[in-house]
Structure formats: C-alpha cells, structure tokens
Design a protein around this ligand. Structure first.
Ligand code: KE4
Length: 427
C-alpha cells in the first residue's frame, strides 16, 4: 500500500532531516512511512502509490474550502502571471488588511508576514517593545511556532520557569518564558505576582489545537482578559489555527473576547504562505517604520499569497460557517453514536470545524490530561483509518479539520470507516 512512499521516504531522508520539511509530518508517533502526496482536490488527497484519502488534516487547517478550490487557484494563477514577487507595496495588501480588520474585533492595524511562527515571534517582540518588559507567559501545551521563546518545556504545571526543550535555545531566552496551565487563570495570576513588573504579555491559543482540541472553559478567556487589563499586560490571542476557521471573526467572536494583539495564519492564506499579526493601533504604531520595533520580510505580503488569501476570505461568508457547523455536528453525532452503541471509552471535543477524538473517558481540559490518553489505542485507530482511506493527523496532540468539501456522504464514509477502526482498537 505504501511501497512508493517508503522508497521516496528513504530517498528524502538522504538529503533532508527526517525526510520531511517539518517534523509534524514525520509520522514519529505512528508507524510506517508518511504517504508522499502527489495531488489533492476537494476533500481528497492522492499519494504516490495511488491511494486516495479523505483528508481531515487539510494541510493542518488552511484548506477550509477543500483542496485546489477553483476561485483560489484562479486567483493565484492570475496573480503569478503578473510576477511572483515585487518587494514593493501593492494595493492588494491593503485590501487583505482591510478584509481582516472588517472581520475581527479590535484589529486596528495588520502586518502581513509569511508564517504563523513569524507572526507569533513578531507579536511578542512588539509586546516587549511596547511595554519595555522582557518576560512572556505561555501555556502548557500551546504551540506558537518554533521561535526560541516558544520552544520551552511545557512544564507540568504553573509557576514553572521555562527551560529549553530544544538544543539551541539559550538559557537566557528560556528564562524569559514562563509557563502557566491552560484553563487556570490563577496559575497566570501567581506568575504575575511573582514576576510583578517583568511580564510584557500573555500569549495563548484561544482554542488549543496543538495538544488535541481543548476548548477554553467558561470564563477562562474573559478572566484572562480582565487580569491582563488590570495588570497592564498585553494579551495576545494566537489565532493562527482558529482565525477565520471557527468563525468569521475567529475565536474572539465566539468567546466575545478582544485581545490587544492577534496572530493569524493558515486559513488566512488559503494554503499559501501568508500570515499576519495585528491589534490595537496604539501598540501597532510602534512597529517599524512608524515606530522603533523592527520586523521585516522579503516575501511578506507576497502578491500570489495575498491573492489566494483574498479569494479565500471572500468566500468565507457567515453561511459557510453555518454549513461547517452542520458538517461538524454530523461527524460529532456519528462518533458519539458509535461510542455509545459499543460502549467505547473515548471522548471528543469539537469547536466548529476543528475537532479531536481522545482515547480517554472525558475530553481533557489541559495538556496534562491530554497526555493521559491511550497512545497505543490512538496508533491502532490511526493506522486503520489511514489504511481505509482516511487521512488524519499522525499525533494525538493535533486537531482534525473539516471543509465545505466534506459532503454528508463523505462524512458518512468517514463514520463507517471509523466504526471499523474503533472495532480494531477495542474488540
Ligand atoms: P507555522 O509557522 O507552522 O505557519 O505556524 C506556527 C503555529 C502558530 N500557532 C499555532 C496555533 C499553530 O497551530 C501553528 C502551527 N501549527 C502546526 C500544526 N499544529 C503546523 C504543522 C507543522 O508544524 O508542520
């Protein structure tokens, strides 16, 4: 089934670390070679062995309208024919920024960048430059890309002084990152008390997608907003995964919380390298060249990526989010029915069109609980789904995603295959 991918994997490994361009794709938590993909269309991906998969990863979120979506392809083709990059301002960047500002509460100014990592790295630099303070608080299990400040051991609880969990991150950098527990505002308050006057900002995923899908408990985001306001600390919502995915105005709209700064990526670029950060004008005017906080990029605001982003956001009207909610509910109800019918000890968490199935009785509320899920059961389930033609994230610490291309018939196919895969785990 995977002979060609195996061969390609071995060849890739000769010239690239892990044979991949990103470790998340390496299948390190599951068995076998990662399928090497040849093409993707709508809800499907086809690999080098000709296997067709219903794709529930959607390139880690961006393909919310399905792969090779007609308007996005046309927009990118039209743009690239006029030149792939100018390194100069274009009217379309302004249009993209205006579209984002129109959709997102408290977004006054936007800076376009190339990746979520760049967006988050820049946002904390702006928070540090604006406040003149050095420390940041992140949450155990949240992922904000691979810049040094974020590659910090997600300690097993609050009040953990960061320590590098990757060689190459200087101790001095790690010491400036503090780790709190998700859904636990008190763990943040204790850090702010202990490091009073030293914390520039608090950054979090408003809905976790990098430790499985974990939703904020009632009041968590609101309490965090209030605490950051009271302590004059910059609140940063990393909406790289949730932005324009879970609602037209992102998680900020769903939970009615307005941060001081946002990070965006993934869906915003429709599968092209486009990300952004932005927020309150008072803060964002400090960014060069208006202000002294430097951030730059050769390909930032790339005309092809911006054209794809505009074509994506243009199509993401409120009715599309209603449809994605309907699709998500169909999947969730189907999984619930399988679990209840057979008495399987699984749980799930879904917010709009991002979701996770957990091999534990109850959905986790933080990273510690997520780590208690049964990895072997996940591995068996994952392998059966892959071999039956359903492409899921190869780790329990990721989220699954849905697209408008996932018709009822396709969801029902996923459910049928899931029933067989759960049987392989539990029967
Ligand atoms: P990128 O640099 O990968 O574009 O974005 C980093 C990032 C920032 N914030 C959040 C909430 C994110 O989820 C991500 C990236 N997500 C992972 C998958 N969960 C990307 C996959 C990969 O690293 O290959």
């Amino acid at each position: 089934m995977f002979e060609t991918s195996q061969q390609l994997y071995e060849e890739a490994h000769e010239v690239m670390p892990g044979g991949v361009s990103s470790p998340a794709r390496a299948y390190s938590k599951v068995h076998g070679p990662p399928p090497f993909i040849e093409k993707a269309e709508g809800p499907y991906m086809i690999d080098a062995d000709g296997n067709e998969y219903i794709d529930l990863v959607l390139t880690w979120g961006p393909a919310i309208l399905g792969h090779a979506q007609e308007q996005i392809v046309e927009a990118a083709q039209e743009a690239v024919a006029k030149g792939s990059s100018f390194g100069a301002p274009t009217e379309q960047e302004t249009e993209m920024a205006e579209m984002m500002i129109d959709r997102v509460s408290g977004l006054d100014l936007v800076r376009l960048v190339n990746s979520g990592t760049e967006a988050c790295m820049s946002a904390i630099r702006v928070a540090r430059g604006y406040t003149g303070r050095d420390k940041i608080i992140k949450f155990d299990g949240c992922y904000h890309g691979h810049s040094d400040s974020f590659l910090i051991a997600a300690g097993s609880g609050a009040l953990t002084l960061g320590e590098p969990n990757s060689p190459g991150v200087p101790e001095g950098t790690a010491r400036e990152t503090l780790v709190a527990d998700y859904n636990d505002v008190e763990s943040v308050e204790r850090l702010l008390d202990e490091y009073e006057g030293e914390v520039a900002g608090v950054i979090l995923e408003p809905i976790c997608g990098n430790t499985g899908c974990i939703a904020p408990e009632d009041g968590f985001l609101q309490d965090l907003r209030e605490l950051c306001t009271d302590r004059d600390v910059v609140l940063i919502l990393d909406e790289v995964m949730t932005g324009f995915r879970v609602a037209r105005g992102g998680a900020a709209e769903i939970y009615d919380v307005t941060p001081d700064l946002y990070c965006f990526g993934k869906v915003a670029g429709g599968g092209f390298p486009l990300a952004a950060y932005g927020g309150r004008e008072e803060i964002m005017r400090e960014v060069a060249p208006d202000g002294p906080i430097y951030q730059a990029g050769t390909l930032s605001g790339n005309p092809v990526a911006v054209a794809a982003g505009i074509a994506t956001l243009e199509q993401l009207e409120p009715s599309v989010y209603d449809e994605l909610e309907r699709i998500g509910q169909r999947l969730e109800d189907g999984i619930d029915e399988i679990a209840e019918t057979h008495g399987y000890p699984i749980s799930q968490r879904r917010v709009a069109s991002m979701f996770s199935i957990f091999f534990r009785e109850n959905p986790p509320s933080d990273h510690e609980q997520a780590k208690e899920a049964d990895l072997e059961q996940f591995q068996t389930f994952f392998q059966h789904m892959l071999e039956s033609g359903v492409y899921m994230a190869p780790s329990p610490y990721e989220a699954g995603f849905l697209a408008t291309a996932h018709t009822d018939d396709i969801i029902d196919q996923v459910l049928n295959r899931a029933e067989d895969a759960f049987a392989a785990v539990f029967e």
